[in-house]
Design a protein around this ligand. Structure first.
Ligand code: CA
Length: 220
């Protein structure tokens, strides 16, 4: 699971980063505070740890902006220890709230809880990539807090591409995969299928999730 840290205190930021990496999270730490909603969109994290007191625009603004286009779980981390802050964070759509100085075990437990709530128990029947979780047992994909129902063929295409993430999969390989279903898929039908799937994925903010390698196939 990929976590984006938005924290301007360099010491806290690097401590958090090494802590989370020790617990096998993939961590991205924002180092510029210029356009954080864009940074969050580009990083496509599974969860965001967001400090409230930030230079330029505060965490409230950042949280509100991210929520306009994404349901990604957000835990607000702050030193402002008042109930008002807690309420405001929740109203902005944050999923949880923790005050500094925090106990690292409690922070880790909160992160785990929020991830479980957002993505369900991750089992062998799920494949993750770039903030998306494909669930093979019920043919759904979860990203940015939204769940999409997939058809049998869409699930098969995504399973193939996500299992082989980082590798180019040829159109023939995908067609062969789909021939195992009842439907015969030729070259044109495949293009239609892929375009429909891309459109569907973009509804959860997964734009450019399936990339075309011209003349070679597709890659995730
Ligand atoms: Ca701060």
């Amino acid at each position: 699971m990929k976590i984006l840290i938005i924290e301007d205190d360099i010491t806290i930021r690097s401590e958090l980063k090494s802590l989370l990496e020790r617990y096998n999270y993939q961590v991205i730490a924002a180092e510029s505070f210029e356009n954080l909603p864009q940074t969050a969109a580009d990083a496509a994290p599974d969860l965001i740890l967001l400090d409230l007191g930030l230079p330029l625009r505060d965490g409230y603004y950042v949280c509100r902006e991210i929520r306009k286009s994404s349901g990604v779980p957000i835990i607000v981390v702050t030193s402002r220890n008042t109930e008002i802050d807690e309420l405001t964070s929740m109203n902005l759509g944050a999923d949880d709230f923790i005050t500094k100085p925090y106990n690292t075990q409690i922070l880790l437990a909160r992160i785990e809880n929020v991830l479980r709530r957002a993505y369900g128990a991750l089992s062998e029947n799920t494949i993750q990539y770039g903030g998306a979780v494909l669930n093979l047992s019920d043919s759904t994909i979860i990203a940015n807090g939204k769940t999409l129902e997939l058809t049998k063929n869409e699930t098969r295409v995504l399973r193939l591409l996500m299992t082989e993430q980082g590798k180019i999969i040829s159109r023939n390989q995908i067609m062969e995969e789909l021939w195992q279903t009842d439907e015969f898929v030729d070259d044109n039908t495949l293009t239609v299928n892929i375009n429909r799937l891309r459109k569907k994925l973009s509804e959860t903010g997964l734009t450019d999730f399936i990339r075309t390698k011209r003349g070679q196939g597709y890659i995730i």
